[in-house]
Design a protein around this ligand. Sequence first.
Ligand SMILES: C[S@@+](CC[C@H](N)C(=O)[O-])C[C@H]1O[C@@H](n2cnc3c(N)ncnc32)[C@H](O)[C@@H]1O
Length: 251
Amino acid sequence: MRPVLILMDPQGRKYPVALEESMVRVRGLGTFEAAKLLASVGRKVSVGDRSFLVLAASSRDLRDTMDRGPQTFAHKDLASVLFEADIGAGARVVEAGSGSGALTVALARAVRPNGHVVSYDVREESLAVARGNVERADLAGIVEFRQADVRQGIPERGVDAVILDLPDPWAAVPAAWEALRACGHLVTFSPNMEQVKETVAAVRGLPFVGVRTVEVIEREMEVREVGVRPSFAALGHTGYLTFARKVLDKF
Ligand SMILES: C[S@@+](CC[C@H](N)C(=O)[O-])C[C@H]1O[C@@H](n2cnc3c(N)ncnc32)[C@H](O)[C@@H]1O
């Protein structure tokens, strides 16, 4: 596997590196010798009078440096999806829509090396941004992108999880039920309560159990010599996650 590297400057700014050739261009910084960067993971490199730490990209680094199209999944929501939907190595997952691919990258990293992610979007522009981010993260072999409206049906069968991040996820709940294996996980993400109400009504109309909706709230701490306290940065709202598991019979 080609390593994915990040250069971090003293202010914590991150620059993604794509190691495709012997010399690599890093957006906004210039050209670097690939072999030198690879030999410097965890160390400092200098370019003129600037210095950078060479880091092996973490999930957070990839999420922080990706190209943005539509609104992307936040870190805290990504982590919750992976835990709640049991997404690990070997899992087969369907998601819609691809958007900017923030969730796609997190899913693909979790299911590798032998899992698979099918990512649907109706918009070619979204698919292009998501595909670029997946390729930059060296995950193209794990993800298959398809242009389709999942409300019309999801042809996959027996998948471990379906994740819907669409304006009207409720309209794709029947298709998700068909695609899931017994006991597979459905996850939907919506910014507004009205969407949650409609989605939960659709889920309750089908054989699903464990239906829960949560808002994940993360509060960052500022740890200083004096005055350790929560950050003054606003606790921004992202959205609500609804979880459910497919069963074959209803009580
Ligand atoms: C908010 S974005 C998804 C963001 C993505 N989860 C991420 O983390 O980057 C919603 C995407 O859903 C797509 N979409 C909307 N309705 C759809 C549908 N019925 N089927 C497939 N994709 C759809 C939109 O084109 C848009 O790109």
